[in-house]
Design a binder for this molecule. Structure first.
Ligand code: C5P
Length: 403
């Protein structure tokens, strides 16, 4: 049987707290679950546990210095890791991470990484409760960095309260949950999605369209069902089978899609627009096949309604609105501009026009942006990516609901 963390590369960052000694056992457990582990230690951490201990348990050299000459320099380590776990994380390290400092190897790796980072606080309870630490943790959470713990119990300083590092068994299950593809929880919520391309007819046999196949949208719809949501999928022409357990509405054109969405959107909690909707349609539809009588011909096109922008502009009962942004260049710039302009709660940007990801491919990579936060969902199978995106949507929806 495949181990739960098989093929996963985890960077464990150890900072200078007494709980650093637990790190050796954590490395052992992560490796038993199938992960390859590299360890980066702050200087303070090396005063609690020697790098040699971590070298022995990880079977890899331990990293303590910024050394651009090293084969595993900070940039390579940042790229190598599928996931960065900082355990234990001191109040000082959390503050440095929150403010983007890069004054040692571990903070530099974190700044150079766009992977998922989880921070496991371990400190005295007064330090944990201090408003500075709490504010720093809020900054990190808003950026998509996970804060795991702390636990409650007796502390090395003799006090009893919140501040203990979570137990290694718990941390291992959190890592497995994070890196496996669980879609999160949307129990009881209603989700409406658009997917696929649209066909904008020119005459009875011709249309304008694009290369979207609907794979990403169908994967997201499937993940939403797995997460417990009631799902309606409105799709343009595709050759895919709809996932079981959803209401499936087939449409042809952008106007059809607009009508289908607007008739249902007041009923839903979350709207996810994955469709590659044609921006324009022919101003007139020829009732007969257009003949090639001239050397040149000009088509007059008119703008289609922007379905997503209209949904996100709803005054009453605006659902949590998620857009997609397919770009050939300046990906993040255009995606962020679209997120703001269309008043979106979240946008998932992906590159198109390259091989190996985007339209038609089995795999994709998404840069997910929201107000004050961002997360890269690295290149993977669209089904797994759909689950990761739904998990992120489920997390952000909680903030949306309470704000
Ligand atoms: O502006 P742009 O077309 O790049 O925006 C992409 C996002 O907007 C996607 O989420 C897409 O599904 C949605 N969209 C829409 N209606 C349109 C055009 C785009 O819902 N007419």
């Amino acid at each position: 049987m495949q181990k739960p963390l098989a093929n996963k590369q985890i960077l464990l960052g150890v900072t200078g707290g007494i709980a650093a000694y637990k790190g050796a056992d954590l490395v052992r457990r992560l490796r038993e679950a199938g992960a390859e582990v590299q360890v980066a230690m702050t200087h303070a951490a090396t005063t609690f546990v020697t790098p040699l201990t971590f070298q022995a348990v990880s079977d890899n050299l331990v990293h303590t210095e910024v050394n651009p000459e090293a084969s595993m320099g900070h940039i390579n380590l940042a790229r190598w890791a599928d996931f960065i776990l900082i355990a234990p994380a001191t109040a000082d390290f959390i503050a440095r991470l929150a403010h983007g400092l890069a004054n040692d190897l571990l903070s530099t790796i974190c700044l150079a990484s766009d992977r998922c980072i989880a921070v496991v606080p371990a400190m005295n309870l007064i330090m944990w409760e201090n408003a500075a630490t709490q504010d720093n943790c809020s900054l990190l959470t808003n950026r998509g960095i996970k804060i795991w713990g702390p636990g409650f119990g007796s502390q090395a300083c003799g006090e009893i309260g919140a501040g203990r590092m979570l137990e290694n068994s718990k941390l291992c299950s959190l890592v497995i949950e994070q890196l496996s593809a669980s879609p999160g929880n949307l129990n009881g919520l209603k989700v409406l999605l658009t997917a696929g391309p649209t066909h904008e007819a020119l005459d009875p046999v011709r249309f304008i369209s694009n290369q979207s196949t609907g794979k990403m949208g169908f994967a997201v719809a499937k993940a939403a069902v797995e997460a417990g949501a009631q799902v309606i999928l409105v799709s343009g022409p595709v050759i895919l089978k709809p996932p079981p357990g959803i209401e499936y509405i087939k449409v042809e054109s952008a106007v059809d899609m607009y009508d289908a969405v607007m008739a249902r959107v007041h009923w839903v909690d979350i709207f996810i627009a994955t469709a590659a909707v044609a921006d324009y349609r022919a101003s007139t539809l020829s009732q007969q096949k257009i003949k090639k009588t001239h050397e040149k011909m000009t088509l007059e096109l008119v703008r289609n309604p922007d379905i997503l922008a209209e949904v996100a502009a709803l005054r009453s009962h605006k659902p949590f609105s998620v857009g997609f942004s397919a770009e050939t260049h300046d990906l993040l710039h255009y995606a962020e501009d679209k997120r703001r302009r269309k008043n979106l709660d979240m946008i998932a940007a992906n590159r198109v026009g390259t091989t190996g990801s985007g339209f038609g491919s089995e795999q994709n990579e998404l840069h997910v942006l929201w107000e004050g936060g961002a997360q890269l969902l690295p290149l993977t199978d669209k089904v797994l990516l759909g689950r990761q995106l739904i998990r992120l949507i489920a997390e952000r929806y909680q903030f949306f609901k309470t704000s």
